[in-house]
Design a binder for this molecule. Structure first.
Ligand SMILES: NC(=O)c1ccc[n+]([C@@H]2O[C@H](COP(=O)([O-])OP(=O)(O)OC[C@H]3O[C@@H](n4cnc5c(N)ncnc54)[C@H](O)[C@@H]3O)[C@@H](O)[C@H]2O)c1
Length: 369
């Protein structure tokens, strides 16, 4: 039986939108019917390139009664405003990361959605990829014992050498923590559960950056947000996590993500992707062993979180890349900065439920009801 598709509108037709507009086609349940941008030329170009039936203004998109979920791919400074417009239009919204820049905007968005009976989702959804679902299964099956520690390292020199318009990465809501932290922290919360308290240190190493990508080559960017953040997290389950996110280093040989348990250690794939290699080294073993992936969705499937939300809206189950999780991650990221500024541990006011693992044996293109 073919079921009706969930109609999707996309707001924000910039750099990342093409990946969503293509990957979204892989899911039986999704039908992208319109895209909008402040810049109509951009919306028209993306619609033509990816065969989206309609390019329109934000207002026209929100007025379309058939659109049930809006994917918000605007820059972080517009996530709260656009997200709220979507919710007020009576539609569910899926924001790119971070959920919003400020905590109060994130809470207001979740509250408004609750009142109107619509859903809030948030990127990243890479934790629904086969690499992470395999790691989750290994932890849940007790293969590494009780989680003891985790380490996450995002070591880079920033985005001004490739992104066509990289200024937002150096303003509040950007920076390596708000840009890449969501991938690492969402993966860790999915694997280990929520975080109870954090501490950290942060700095700005280079107060000015020079764009070396086109078309803005040579333009200077004033840096207004920390670009090197080192954090420590106490998870509610007792494990201790260490994270560095930086735009200030030229090279590193650190493994992006590892989880350590009482019975063994596990390397987790880079959380900016879906598949990757999982290795385990159990107590007493001298070598790491590669573990075959137990789950599918191992390629570029950005928008799997949107598809999961569409299934969840039909059946009433919780969606996995949800607002509660995205808000908890936002709260953790702020807390590292607060802790550094104030020289203390910060107890988190937020928490969340670990999103349910994906079942085994899903056909690519479908998710569970
Ligand atoms: N570029 C990447 O590789 C990448 C990867 C993953 C996630 N993201 C996230 O995706 C989001 C977008 O990033 P990007 O690189 O595509 O940025 P971008 O600057 O290339 O595109 C953003 C688009 O949003 C539009 N926009 C801004 N405010 C708007 C508003 N109020 N109403 C309608 N349109 C508006 C802009 O005109 C622009 O076309 C960010 O949150 C970023 O963190 C980007």
């Amino acid at each position: 039986m073919t079921r009706p598709k969930t109609k999707i509108g996309v707001i924000g037709c910039g750099n990342i939108s093409g990946i969503y507009l293509e990957a979204g086609k892989a899911f039986d349940i999704l039908e992208i019917v319109a895209c909008a941008d402040l810049d109509m030329e951009r919306a028209r170009a993306k619609a033509a390139q990816h065969h989206v039936p309609r390019a329109c203004t934000v207002e026209e998109l929100l007025a379309d009664p058939e659109i049930e979920i809006v994917v918000n791919l605007t820059t972080p400074d517009a996530h709260a405003e656009v997200g709220m417009m979507v919710v007020r239009a009576g539609k569910s919204v899926y924001n790119e990361k971070p959920l919003t820049i400020h905590r109060e905007d994130g809470l207001a968005l979740l509250d408004a959605a609750r009142v109107r009976g619509v859903r809030v989702g948030g990127a990243p959804d890479t934790f629904l990829g086969g690499g992470f679902q395999t790691c989750r299964k290994l932890i849940d099956d007790g293969i590494i014992g009780e989680p003891v520690a985790a380490n996450a390292f995002m070591m880079s020199h920033g985005h001004e050498n490739w992104h066509p318009n990289p200024g937002f990465y150096y303003q509040p809501g950007g920076g390596p923590m708000f840009d890449m932290g969501p991938y690492f922290l969402t993966a860790l919360v999915m694997l280990m559960g929520p975080v109870r308290r954090v501490t950290g240190s942060a700095r700005i190493t280079f107060p000015e950056r020079t764009i070396t990508s086109q078309p803005l080559y040579g333009t200077k960017i004033k840096v207004n947000t920390p670009t090197h953040i080192a954090g420590v997290m106490d998870f509610a389950n007792g494990a201790v996590g260490t994270i560095i996110t930086t735009f200030d280093v030229w090279g590193s040989q650190l493994t992006p993500l590892e989880v350590h348990g009482t019975e063994g250690s596990m390397t987790v794939p880079h959380p900016n992707g879906f598949g990757g290699t999982v290795r385990v080294r159990r107590a007493g073993e001298k070598e790491w062993t590669e573990v075959p992936l137990t789950h599918g969705y191992n390629k570029q499937h950005r928008s799997i979180g949107v598809a999961d939300m569409a299934y969840a809206l039909r059946s009433g189950r919780p969606h996995r890349a949800n607002g509660e999780l995205a808000y908890h991650v936002l709260d953790i990221m702020h807390a590292f900065h607060d802790a550094s500024r104030e020289g203390r541990h910060v107890e988190l006011a937020s928490t969340c439920t670990r999103p349910a693992p994906l079942p085994l044996g899903l056909r690519e293109g479908e998710l569970d009801d």
